[in-house]
Design a protein around this ligand. Structure first.
Ligand SMILES: NC(=O)c1ccc[n+]([C@@H]2O[C@H](COP(=O)([O-])OP(=O)(O)OC[C@H]3O[C@@H](n4cnc5c(N)ncnc54)[C@H](O)[C@@H]3O)[C@@H](O)[C@H]2O)c1
Length: 342
């Protein structure tokens, strides 16, 4: 098959990771299929576009470029029928023929979405409605990118999909947390009423090449790397004892594609995250060491509404889609550091 990707625009790290993803999924369900990827020029969406394009899907990438950049998919334009449409998913009015819809359009980072709470809530409410309606008209399969944030401030660790969540509907993150919860409810409603084949991926902190390097809070991996590389203070919120589970992008994208390609996983929610729990302070120290930086680690006040722990239970993902992250935090960080250096 002729690849649609201009090799001079792809760097080695991304090429290697794309090969790993392609080797870890069954390309059958995607070959010769038409996919709409909302949020396709963002971090995760552009990886999905790359993989799908290389395995022979025709893609319509719909993005309003609010947090994504067109450079992430520039190399795909005009190849394998790839189309880029600058559009807001909430007002999307075309009805293209598609076999699958990946709905990723949403502002993901707290510092940013708290400045745009209405757009954030609506991308997951009205935007999800538009994408589900398009899928219904086409009898297409849907992947909805939900989040570990639907669990709010969980009381059970590792957190299984059956945990109902502890979320403040009026809290500082509610536009996102409740937006994702409503998006999930709408997926279930379209499934129950119209039989739409929906898959809900609850993503836990994903990181890797193409993560925004501007250090928005919530993009902690790229912020620490940029701070360490430039010799600025590495800024940790609170005392750094709060934990996260970091999943390298190649693993996250493999999980998403296995989930959508699987014939038995309809109307399910699956945790897509790494089951290694790490303190934020450990992340800061590890980044500092791997970069070889002399930066000082500086502690800032803990933000209101932030959560103390994140740890997915991945037993259901193992069982349903035979998926488990393969990349250690140290390896993933090395790859991200190398890519950000470029
Ligand atoms: N990366 C993670 O760790 C993570 C974790 C949990 C959930 N998620 C979810 O995964 C999805 C993708 O996240 P990401 O990390 O790639 O973020 P990203 O910001 O890189 O990508 C989101 C994309 O959506 C676009 N977008 C936002 N609102 C839009 C709208 N109304 N209409 C059209 N396009 C719009 C942005 O321009 C951007 O390109 C999001 O839904 C996010 O909530 C991501």
């Amino acid at each position: 098959m002729k690849l649609g990707v201009s090799s001079k625009l792809m760097d080695t790290i991304i090429r290697e990771d794309l090969e790993q993803i392609k080797g870890s999924i069954d390309p059958g369900p995607f070959q010769g299929k038409r996919a709409l990827v909302s949020g396709g020029s963002g971090f995760l969406g552009s990886w999905i576009c790359d993989v799908l394009s290389q395995i022979g899907s025709k893609i319509i990438c719909v993005d309003n470029l609010s947090t994504g950049v067109v450079e992430n998919v520039e190399h795909l334009k005009g190849t394998n029928g790839f189309e880029f449409e600058k559009a807001d998913v909430c007002t999307y009015s075309r009805s293209p023929k598609v076999d699958m819809v990946f709905h990723l359009a949403s502002r993901p980072a707290p510092e940013d979405y708290q400045k745009h709470p209405v757009e954030t809530a609506l991308a997951n409410a009205t935007g999800t409605d538009k994408m589900l309606d398009l899928a219904r008209k086409n009898d297409a399969r849907v992947f909805y990118s939900s989040s570990s944030e639907v669990y709010g401030d969980p009381e059970i660790f590792p957190t299984p999909e059956s945990y109902e969540g502890k979320v403040d509907p009026l809290g500082p993150r509610s536009c996102y947390e409740e937006g994702k919860r409503f998006g999930e409810a709408l997926c279930k409603a379209y499934h129950d009423q119209y039989g739409v084949d929906v898959r809900i991926g609850r993503l836990f902190n994903s990181y890797g090449p193409r993560l925004r390097p501007d250090g928005l809070y919530g993009r902690v991996v790229s912020r620490f790397i940029m701070q360490a590389q430039s010799g600025h203070d590495i800024t940790v919120f609170g005392d750094g004892s709060q934990t996260r589970s970091f999943c390298y992008v190649a693993d996250s994208v493999t999980g998403i594609l296995r989930f959508l390609g699987n014939n038995r996983a309809s109307a399910e929610a699956l945790n897509i995250g790494n089951d290694e729990e790490r303190k934020i302070l450990y992340l800061a120290e590890t980044v500092k060491k791997l970069v070889g930086s002399s930066s000082t680690i500086r502690f800032l006040p803990f933000p209101k509404g932030d959560h103390r722990r994140r740890l997915p239970d991945v037993q259901k993902s193992i069982k349903q889609i035979d998926w488990l992250p393969r990349t250690t935090l140290e390896d993933g960080l090395r790859r991200t550091i190398l890519w950000l250096k470029k």
